[in-house]
Design a protein around this ligand. Structure first.
Ligand code: M7G
Length: 207
């Protein structure tokens, strides 16, 4: 017999196309609710690091569409892990390497991060807070990839902070990386790509 998961999950894929609405580019690939079907799916699809730029994966609980507008996300927010790629630049005959990870290890690190996050959500690793988890998102971008964990209620700072700490631990994110929690409402009405985080890890000093 297969090993059941506590929830049924949907995997979505998005590749943005010109002259098409964002929502119309979103496609559900599969639904699963057992450990075996999770692995069969993972083994069958392109890994995170293999996806072309401008594409996304979303893994959300069945019945939650992976967008701000869904009733389960409209009051929610997400923990965002931003991955910067280091660049080698030459300034006045000097070689300068910018902050970030080397391009050679990008794929391996992204695959690891995404898989560990999926395992944490489908394996219900968030103590008593599983009901607050909506899903996970992966954005493959030239300017830097993003992995995020979407939660249901952006006003519950204590809950979200604990969820963020567990995520940080499960994904072995170093203390030197800053995690920010962005409110979905703010992302949806933003006029620039910068959204002021509601909370962060490590906590930002006030004043
Ligand atoms: P992104 O793909 O989340 O991140 O948003 P990026 O800025 O790093 O590429 C890019 C654009 O996709 C947004 O400005 C929106 O036009 C669209 N978009 C993204 N999300 C998550 C949503 C969503 O939930 N709903 C709608 N309507 N548009 C979205």
């Amino acid at each position: 017999a297969k090993h059941p998961l506590q929830n049924r999950w949907a995997l979505w894929y998005l590749k943005t196309e010109k002259d098409k609405d964002w929502e119309d580019c979103l496609k559900m690939l599969a639904l699963f609710d057992t450990v075996e079907d999770f692995w069969a799916l993972q083994n069958h699809i392109q890994s995170a690091g293999e996806l072309p730029r401008g594409s996304d994966y979303y893994m959300f609980k069945e019945g939650i569409r992976p967008m701000w507008e869904d009733v389960n996300n409209v009051q929610g927010g997400r923990w965002i892990i931003k991955k910067r790629i280091s660049k080698t630049i030459h300034v006045k005959k000097r070689v300068i390497v910018t902050k970030g990870e080397p391009p050679e290890t990008r794929k391996k690190n992204l695959d690891h991060l995404w898989l560990e996050l999926l395992l944490a959500i489908v394996g219900e690793q968030f103590e008593d807070y599983g009901e607050f988890i909506c899903g996970a998102a992966l954005n493959v971008r030239g300017k830097g990839d993003k992995v995020s964990l979407w939660t249901r209620d952006a006003t519950k700072d204590d809950v979200n902070l604990r969820i963020g700490q567990i995520m940080k631990e499960k994904l072995s994110i170093p203390d030197s990386d800053t995690l920010i929690y962005a409110v979905n409402k703010d992302s949806s009405i933003r006029t620039s790509s910068v959204v002021k985080p509601r909370i962060s890890i490590p906590a930002k000093e006030v004043g």
